[in-house]
Design a protein around this ligand. Structure first.
Ligand code: GDG
Length: 461
């Protein structure tokens, strides 16, 4: 069958009808166009399988999984992807762990996956690769002779040229990206940083049609800000079972934070800012509690374990200093909560707080906005360093390094009059709707389709 879409992502959904925003949108896109979704099998194997395995037939598309050995998991996933690329892209060069085994593992998994993709891909298929785990995949596919269109979307920030200095020499992002036809990034700032990288490449050239030639190929570069599945979220925030309604039973004003436990999300400073707010608040004011949901993430990586200890200590300190017999000001939950309960919590919270040091987009910011009652909405406090800050300009924007600034923002947000809350919410909600994840995937696929047939540009020399 010709003209199918092949989606490649690290994770592959196991449920028949996935509910998460991005996963749901890709599922729907594949259902419409037809094709294949390829992702890693959740369990490691002793020896790598030669071919992809069936992971579920969805009617109009098939899910196939590739296997990772324990060594691959350590080197490709925990190692190069999450101990090199993730910190580099989130401006944490100090957390980079270099190991030749990581680089070799990363390249080997990408090369093996490319061979397996070639077994199922037809020349007319379009391939859409997701995220930093697979930067070199197009290069490997081109080596094996794939001439069809390949698009890439990076969910995390594109690194600044200076920060790329921490990458090993073999990691040549410019050359890897040039083998795609279309590279999608989250924001205009990401595009600017990516252009800066190409400008610094001696063998790259900006062509008249807006594409960038690097080596023998030309690539188009654009921002596609991702969003959430708005309607589903609006419904989830309004509905709810008896258990979900627990979110309504909490006393006082609630400030909500929801983040994977990751050092890019700025959690310690957020807790410090809340502590500072409690220090400076008037005792006669209504009690305010912060609820922080922080499900575990990448616990095998040392930097994540250390962050957990730091947070646990901070929670103890804030509650020890400010708690009362009948009041725990900072409630910290290190578990994954049910999505519907989360939506209800967002709606119940007077303030949503999102304070990353760096973030590709940050969907929590958009979920918080979508969950509000438009007649009595809460206020979003948003780091100006999150990708979402480019669009949500009517959130209260803060500097996530500045404790005083965030503490002041909490005060402002909690005291904001209804009319001002409504105005800010309406403006943010219009942006959230404009980037609905279903439109996002449609825009990317349309742009990839519209790319000119594979360009193999002859060098000027
Ligand atoms: C990457 C980029 C970019 C969190 N805790 C629970 C839970 N969540 C859900 C949230 C939200 C999602 O996880 C997190 O998405 P984010 O966008 O905030 O952040 P990352 O995981 O870092 O995602 C990011 C994104 O990719 C998409 O391109 O925006 O910048 O880093 O949907 O609600 N969901 C449930 N229970 C929890 O406890 N059910």
């Amino acid at each position: 069958m010709a003209g199918r879409l092949i989606v490649i992502s690290n994770r592959i959904p196991s449920e028949a009808a996935p509910s998460g925003g991005l996963v749901y949108a890709l599922h729907e896109t594949l259902r419409k166009i037809g094709g294949i979704w390829i992702g890693s099998h959740p369990e490691t194997t002793e020896t790598p399988a030669n071919s992809l395995s069936e992971y579920g037939d969805q009617g109009n598309y098939t899910r196939l999984s590739f296997s990772l050995t324990l060594e691959d998991y350590k080197n490709f996933y925990l190692g190069f992807s999450n101990s090199v690329l993730w910190p580099v892209c989130h401006r944490r060069g100090d957390l980079v762990k270099l190991d030749r085994g990581f680089e070799r593992g990363y390249c080997a998994v990408n090369a093996r996956l490319a061979r397996q993709v070639m077994e199922v891909a037809e020349p007319d298929d379009m391939i859409w690769v997701h995220d930093y785990h697979f930067f070199p995949l197009a290069t490997e596919l081109r080596k094996l002779g794939f001439t069809g269109k390949i698009g890439f979307f990076l969910h995390i920030p594109f690194p600044a040229l200076g920060d790329m200095g921490a990458l090993p020499r073999e990691a040549n992002l410019a050359h890897w990206l040039a083998d795609y036809d279309l590279v999608g990034l989250q924001t205009r700032a990401d595009v600017a940083r990516c252009l800066e990288m190409f400008r610094a490449e001696t063998d790259s050239e900006f062509l008249m049609d807006g594409t960038i030639k690097c080596g023998s190929r030309a690539v188009a570069l654009r921002s596609f800000p991702i969003g959430i599945d708005v309607e589903t979220f609006v419904q989830a925030a309004q509905g709810g079972s008896a258990q979900d309604r627990l979110a309504d039973d909490m006393a006082g004003d609630i400030v909500i934070g929801v983040d994977r436990l990751d050092y890019s999300k700025g959690l310690p400073n957020r807790f410090r800012a809340f502590g500072r707010y409690l220090e400076t608040r008037d005792e006669r004011e209504r009690r305010v509690s912060m609820v922080q949901i922080a499900p575990p993430s990448r616990e095998e990586v040392a930097a994540y374990r250390e962050l957990r200890y730091e947070l646990e200590e901070l929670v103890g300190r804030v509650n020890g200093e400010h708690g009362e017999i009948d009041w725990t000001p900072l409630r910290y939950i290190h578990r994954n909560l049910d999505r519907n309960l989360l939506a209800r919590l967002y709606r119940r919270a007077r303030v949503g707080i999102v304070t990353p040091f760096a973030d590709g987009m940050n969907l929590v910011a958009k979920e918080y906005v979508a969950a509000q009652d438009p007649e009595d909405p809460g206020v979003l406090i948003l780091s100006h360093m999150a990708g979402a800050a480019e669009e949500l300009t009517d959130a209260i924007q803060v500097n996530p390094y500045d404790i005083e600034d965030m503490s002041e923002a909490l005060k402002t947000a909690l005291a904001l009059p209804l009319e001002e809350r409504k105005r800010r919410h309406a403006s943010c909600m219009a942006q959230v709707r404009a980037t609905d994840v279903n439109l996002w995937s449609q825009h990317f696929v349309d742009a990839l389709k519209a790319c000119k047939p594979t360009l193999v540009v002859k060098s000027r020399a």
